[in-house]
Design a protein around this ligand. Structure first.
Ligand code: HEC
Length: 253
């Protein structure tokens, strides 16, 4: 009896926990991720379609899978996310993968680098990295796009969300490394307001990051609810097994 309870407790405790990866530069913020919050995932999907999908593919993902997992109708997803046509001019279908038409050559010309597919980015980099990255673009007149990024130095991506976030400049502090004085990033100063407040922008990024965490492993939406069903089954089954054991041993003791 005791052993079984301990085993059950161990199973609950060892359920998957969120893992994060390290950053290159500035310290990472904690992304407010809740993979079970379908409202947030739907807002994130819209943000992704509106602001990212023109350049970035998420080519492991199909539109109709999004409809199913995020509990939307196929028409809703079509209206929200599909603004492209195929090579022959026919509308992109709901069962297709989220590809983009931008070629690598074009991207290299425009941004100096290929545009990465974002299917697995939230898993490879970690949700906190993605969230912090999207919050850390700052004005830098020496960069071709006019922006640099505190966690991705000399990034090729333009700050596509600047009208929402507004503009920020870096603030540096002087620190001693041994006996050499160096400047280290100490935060940002807002120099122009965006259309969203700071809190609204953070929520917008939270939803967007949540969506990226979901596309990086769509099955986790299902897996988590499956986990609870399995545990519930085990508990109920244990009840029956225990009653049966009592019944069998009743005459022996
Ligand atoms: C105008 C095209 C463009 C748009 C729109 C765009 N990006 Fe990017 N993005 C790029 C390019 C180019 C890079 C590669 C930068 C580099 O390697 O220097 C990149 C890199 C990234 C990376 C880093 C990936 C990695 O692992 O190195 C992330 C994350 C990212 N983009 C997220 C987004 C999100 C989220 C949006 C929507 C809000 C978005 N991007 C919109 C062009 C774009």
């Amino acid at each position: 009896m005791k052993k079984i309870i301990i085993l059950l407790m161990a199973a609950v405790i060892s359920m998957p926990m969120v893992a994060t990866a390290a950053s290159g530069g500035a310290p990472l913020l904690t992304a407010p991720i809740d993979i079970n919050d379908k409202e947030s995932l739907r807002r994130g999907a819209k943000a992704f379609a509106d602001y990212c999908y023109s350049c970035h593919a998420a080519s492991f993902m199909r539109f109709n899978r999004i409809a199913k997992d995020l509990e939307m109708s196929e028409d809703e997803v079509r209206e929200m996310m599909i603004h492209t046509r195929g090579k022959k001019g026919d509308p992109t279908k709901i069962g297709e993968l989220m590809k983009v038409s931008m070629t690598e050559d074009y991207a290299k010309n425009a941004f100096g680098t290929a545009v990465p597919d974002l299917s697995l980015t939230a898993r490879a980099r970690g949700a906190d990295w993605v969230y912090t990255y999207l919050r850390s673009f700052y004005v830098d007149p020496y960069r071709p796009t006019g922006f640099n990024n505190a966690v991705f130095a000399d990034v090729g991506m333009p700050h596509v969300l600047w009208s929402l976030q507004g503009l920020q400049e870096p603030v540096y502090k002087k620190v001693m490394h041994g006996n050499v004085e160096v400047e280290e990033l100490d935060g940002f100063e807002q120099i122009q307001a965006g259309t969203l407040s700071r809190v609204e922008y953070d929520m917008f990024l939270g939803d967007l990051t949540n969506f990226m965490v979901y596309i990086a492993e769509p099955v986790q939406v299902e897996r988590r609810s499956l986990g609870w069903k399995v545990l519930l089954f085990l508990i109920v089954f244990f009840g029956f097994a225990y009653a049966l054991k009592k019944e069998y041993w009743k005459d022996v003791h």
